[in-house]
Design a protein around this ligand. Structure first.
Ligand SMILES: [Zn+2]
Length: 237
């Protein structure tokens, strides 16, 4: 058997294997499993994003809390200063007004920050709820996934003997093909399901282009590996 004959058989085994894999993957259980898997990955990503968001917001909560604490401290100080000023006869009315204004300003800032803080906390609570919901959805999906995986595993087991036979055959055939030829085949495989084509009635069996008579003769002679001038497939007769 020539190298090209072996390669042709190798290709047939590959096609058989691909057909069997396709058959296996087209089962309803397999399809469901793929969908659930995708869903689980998506949910994990959502949870991760939510958690990162909460982390980020927790930092700003801490900053706001310490700002409020500082302002409250200032408020207390200024308040006791005001009390002292109020009982001091030397303090003028405009000075008292200014001190009161400063305290009012502080109160305004504290209220503003408190509002902002409440908003961020509310937002975090909303996100926490969404995380809980996503976790429970993911839990259900995981249960379904585990159930369908059991079905898939059983299906896979029923395919396993056939797959094993084909894989073994493929390895045996591959061992008989020179690495250089195999490399050319693999390169073509990136673009074609059938990198090697039979010449039938002077035509390339891959793209159906007519071969020139010179090319056809060269293929027939079988001294070298000839590629189709149109599609580049390896030709053999
Ligand atoms: Zn061709």
């Amino acid at each position: 058997m020539s190298q090209l004959d072996t390669l042709w058989e190798y290709q047939n085994t590959e096609l058989e294997l691909a057909k069997l894999n396709k058959e296996m993957k087209s089962s309803p259980a397999y399809q469901k499993r793929s969908k659930l898997y995708k869903l689980l990955v998506e949910q994990q990503e959502i949870i991760k994003k939510y958690e990162a968001d909460i982390d980020e917001h927790s930092k700003s909560i801490a900053v706001m809390e310490s700002q409020i604490e500082e302002l409250l401290h200032d408020y207390e100080l200024e308040n006791s200063e005001l009390s002292a000023m109020e009982s001091d006869e030397e303090v003028t009315a405009p000075e008292l007004t200014e001190a009161r204004k400063s305290i009012e300003k502080l109160v305004g800032r504290i209220n503003g920050l408190n509002k902002e803080l409440a908003k961020v906390i509310e937002w975090c609570e909303g996100i926490s709820e969404q995380i809980t919901n996503t976790y429970s959805k993911a839990g259900r999906a995981k249960k379904d996934y585990d159930a369908v995986r059991t079905v898939c595993d059983a299906e896979k087991d029923s395919f396993a003997p056939k797959l094993e036979v084909l894989q073994k055959k493929l390895e045996e055939q591959k061992a008989k093909i020179p690495p250089e030829l195999m490399k050319r085949y693999e390169t073509l495989k990136k673009n074609y399901a059938t990198p090697i084509a039979k010449v039938v009635n002077g035509q390339c069996g891959g793209c159906y282009m007519m071969l020139s008579s010179v090319q056809e003769k060269r293929v027939a002679a079988g001294n070298a590996v000839i590629q189709c001038e149109n599609c580049g497939r390896l030709l053999f007769m």
